[in-house]
Design a protein around this ligand. Sequence first.
Ligand code: PEP
Ligand code: MG
Length: 539
Amino acid sequence: MTEYYGKTVYKGIAMGPALVHRNGKTQVKRTKIEDTDMELARLETAGMKARKQLQNLYDKALQEVGQANAAIFEVHQMMLEDEDYLESIRNMVETEKVNAEYAVAVTGDNFSEMFAAMDDDYMKARAADVKDISERLIKNLSGQEEIDFSKINPSVIVADDLSPSETVQMDKSKILAFVTVHGSTNSHTAILARMMNIPALIGVPMDLENIRTGMDVIVDGVQGKVIFEPEEQEKERARGQIEEEQEKIQLLQTLKGKENITKDGRKINIYANIGSVGDVGYALENDAGGIGLFRSEFLYLGRNDFPTEEEQFQAYKQVLQMMAGKKVIIRTLDIGADKQADYFELGKEDNPAMGYRAIRICLKQPDIFKTQLRALLRASVYGNLSVMYPMITDVCEVEQIYKIVDEAVQELETKGIPYKIPEQGIMIETPAAVMVSDELAEHVDFFSIGTNDLTQYTLAIDRQNERLDDFYNPHHKAILRMIELVVKNAHKAGKWAGICGELGADPELTEAFIRMGVDELSVAPSMILKLRKSVREMD
Ligand code: PEP
Ligand code: MG
């Protein structure tokens, strides 16, 4: 039995088999070999396996996302047959008598640098592909299995780190818990864990080399503890705690259908944060009054090309239809910083959180933005849609947005496609937006305060940096005063204001928010009934 402590992201208890996910670059050691023929035979077997894997990925992608998106796997298959690349690896094994893993790693780096230095954009982009196939070959050589997350049995995912694009691809019903060595409590991976109701621990100093897939694990999010290969006594205790938790959840179910109203009659809307169409199920299950934040950028992650207008329209329409007339607030594309998709080609930045992201990309690349806006305008016909724009700092950005919305409207008019203009609001997540919220309120229909970014920008603390978790204090007076000011300015202009950052779900602040006049709290679905309980007990 080995136990470690980490930081809790979601306070639940889970027990099940570990699934070790080794992501990122595999560490390769250089070793001398005697039998070059055997090494070349290993290389051949790893290559054959890689070709088969790529064919399977191609077939799956073809079915699920179409020919254009599947084509990348064909490119990888072709690169894997490239004689220059293969010859360079074989040559290194034969002349330097080194292991195949090392020869593949060095050749992969050399070829990728060569592609990156080319002028032609297409060839430049091949740098990432050659790294990818080299990594695949190395994994096959060292016997590491690639995990198809859609086919796993219920497991506790144990990883070094997880990116939002990896997390969105997972079948949430099969994940009992997450445990990672790295990660910050405010990252989007942590937010996803909370949204999915999944017990999660991060910053756990475990040695992944000693943890095998299939080992029994208990994740105790309440104590921030993970136990590998627990004794029977520990397992028995965990079973009891899981049962107790289930009972509490059952008790909360009795609040379904009831109002979010204090004893003295103050009402507040409690909505759900979601990241995919699939999450609407969690929102409905927990009796959400609406969707207060649909992070639409998750539709753009974990794929090889932009989602089309039609794909987006179908997704938005489905959410609106499932919510059957309840308010659905969809936030436009908030990509960048930790939410990366290679095909955006955003490039490396020194300060990505303060970089080319969110509305800035949409204003600079209006074609991407307009595709999403057309999909939203069309979907709006099917329910009670509101659209909100992220990372706003000034009124002039809102004016530019409205111009682009007008263009999207004109395009639909010209083609005679039905649409409806939704309510339009903005996120208040920069200190600049707080300070000019009186002016902004005149131009928009509502505010939704994004406390995650507002805290990062106000306290000058990178929310991704795990070393700063202890300094990240959303209860800081500066943040609470800002929230109060924003609500006051919204109300002065006759507009409503809500909170959709993680702070909205903090039960210690619910009463303070109600006193400030906050009109709506949008939280992880699992928090809705808990907040309803505390609102109803408040006087
Ligand atoms: C926020 O910043 O508070 C927010 C809700 O947006 P995100 O966490 O997706 O950046
Ligand atoms: Mg934000």
